[in-house]
Ligand binder design. Structure first.
Ligand SMILES: [Zn+2]
Length: 205
C-alpha cells in the first residue's frame, strides 16, 4: 500500500474535527420528543444545529458533559411566542475541555453558579418557557467556544445513543441506576441527592 492514501486520510482527519457526542440533557429515566431540529423555524444562523425538546415545566435539566459553568442567567420571568422575547431567556452555558460549549435555554429556574464545575448528568436547573418560547421546552445546542457572549454559533453534534435526532424523534436519557422498582417514574440522581423534591412525570408514549 502506498503511503499516499494514509497521508490523505491524515489530512482529512486534521481538517475535520470529530463531531462531539454529548449525553441527553435531562435526567435519567425521562424521554422527550424533538420538537424542532435543524435549519428550520427559529433554528437558523447561530442556532442551525440546535434541538428543541418539548417537556413539562419543572423537568430537571442536566449537564450533557463534564464542564465549567461559564455563564448563567436565572432571574427572568418573561417569555412569549415571539422573537421579541429572545433576550429574556434564562440560560446556562457550559465550557468543556475539548473546546466546545453546550447551551441550555428557557429555564424556569437555575441551580448552578458561574465558575462552578459540573459533572455530566448533574442538575443545572428546571425547564421553563422564559425567552422566545411558545410553550415549555429545552433549547439545546453544542457550540465552539468563541465569543464571550451567551449565544455562540452552533456546530453539528451527536447525542449518545440517538445520533442526530430528527423532529418528532423520542430521545430517552436512559435508565437510572439502580433500576427503579415498579411504580411511578420518579426522577432520580442529582436532583434527589441535593434534596430537591422528586417530580412524578406522566408515562412516555
Ligand atoms: Zn430552539
Amino acid at each position: 500500500m502506498s503511503t499516499l492514501p494514509l497521508v490523505a486520510l491524515a489530512l482529512v482527519l486534521q481538517q475535520s474535527p470529530p463531531v462531539p457526542e454529548v449525553r441527553p440533557p435531562f435526567s435519567c429515566g425521562l424521554a422527550f420528543p424533538v420538537s424542532q431540529a435543524h435549519d428550520t423555524g427559529s433554528h437558523r444562523h447561530t442556532d442551525t444545529w440546535a434541538w428543541d425538546f418539548r417537556m413539562p415545566e419543572g423537568t430537571p435539566i442536566t449537564a450533557a458533559a463534564d464542564g465549567d459553568v461559564r455563564l448563567v442567567r436565572g432571574d427572568s420571568a418573561r417569555g412569549g411566542c415571539d422573537e421579541s422575547f429572545a433576550p429574556d431567556a434564562n440560560y446556562v452555558v457550559l465550557r468543556h475541555a475539548d473546546g466546545t460549549e453546550t447551551q441550555y435555554l428557557h429555564f424556569l429556574s437555575v441551580v448552578v453558579k458561574a465558575g462552578q464545575r459540573v459533572r455530566a448528568g448533574e442538575l443545572l436547573g428546571y425547564a421553563g418557557k422564559t425567552g422566545w418560547a411558545c410553550g415549555a421546552h429545552l433549547h439545546f445546542k453544542v457550540t465552539r467556544a468563541g465569543g464571550e457572549g451567551w449565544n455562540n454559533a452552533s456546530i453539528p453534534a451527536r447525542i449518545a445513543g440517538h445520533g442526530d435526532p430528527e423532529v418528532d424523534r423520542l430521545v430517552d436519557a436512559g435508565p437510572c441506576a439502580p433500576a427503579p422498582p415498579d411504580g411511578p417514574r420518579w426522577v432520580r440522581g442529582p436532583a434527589q441527592a441535593q434534596g430537591v423534591p422528586a417530580v412524578a412525570l406522566p408515562p412516555v408514549p
